[in-house]
Design a protein around this ligand. Sequence first.
Ligand SMILES: [Zn+2]
Length: 85
Amino acid sequence: MKRSCKTCTAIKRKPRRNWANVEVVYVPIYRPFCPRCGSEAFEHIRGEDNGDNSTTERVVCRDCSEPYKIVRELSDSELPDLGNG
Ligand SMILES: [Zn+2]
């Protein structure tokens, strides 16, 4: 018995995308650090989505055991200036 799925067939038929010459968009990521001792090592306890393009993570410093929260938020003030040519 031969099974065929229309969706799978459609995906397989898509031409392979060539990734060699595509543009590269760099998004900076800042390394969080402990507010008490400055260590970058922490243990992730839990994270939650704030629903406004930001997430809050509860973490505990691996070096001094200080608990703190890391808020990751989407920023569009840091977009690179691509120029208008
Ligand atoms: Zn610490």
